[in-house]
Design a protein around this ligand. Structure first.
Ligand SMILES: [Cu+2]
Length: 175
């Protein structure tokens, strides 16, 4: 028995099916919106400072359908930028430290970066940041997308929490 014609037919059907899948995948299964396109900052600002380090604040708003997680941040104004949270020590002192796992912003919700709470920490400032200056900051998300915004520098007397890495535990700085 000769099955050759049958094999040809099924092989051709497979090819057609394969093309069909390829043609459909673009429209039927769109990739999730990058976090960097779903998140914006509202009322972003940076505390003025002559040197050393300072904080950046604002409301991160996520209009996307998925949780967005900020995993790192950078700016030309500082040698490095960390994501900080503020916690209360056993003695009731407010201390800030790098947050584990980044800043999570729930879908359709927001995360407030405020003095005394979570914030971006600009470390090793490249120069003085004076009220009225504009600083560009880029956030990177866990899906590797990015979002860059401009924030004004403002004078502010608070946000002086002690940094855990400063003197309490020098090993915190070695990363
Ligand atoms: Cu900090």
């Amino acid at each position: 028995m000769n099955t050759f014609p049958t094999r040809i037919t099924s092989f051709a059907a497979l090819i057609v099916a394969g093309f069909g899948l390829a043609a459909c995948s673009g429209s039927d299964a769109p990739a999730a919106t990058p976090a960097g396109d779903s998140v914006v900052i509202e009322d972003g600002w940076i505390k003025s400072a002559d040197e050393g380090m300072t904080g950046a604040f604002g409301m991160l708003v996520n209009s996307g359908d998925d949780e967005a997680t900020v995993v790192s941040a950078s700016t030309d104004a500082a040698a490095r930028t960390e994501l900080h949270e503020t916690v209360e020590s056993e003695t009731g002192e407010m201390l800030m430290r790098e947050i584990d796992g980044g800043f999570g912003i729930p879908a359709g919700s927001d995360l407030e970066l405020v003095p005394g709470g979570s914030h971006l920490m600009l470390m090793e400032l490249m120069g003085p940041l004076e009220a009225g200056d504009q600083v560009s900051i880029t956030l990177t998300f866990d899906d590797e997308s990015t979002y860059t915004f401009e924030a004004p520098v403002k004078d502010y007397s608070g946000a002086n929490e002690e940094y855990v890495g400063d003197e309490q535990d020098d090993s915190e700085m070695d990363h």
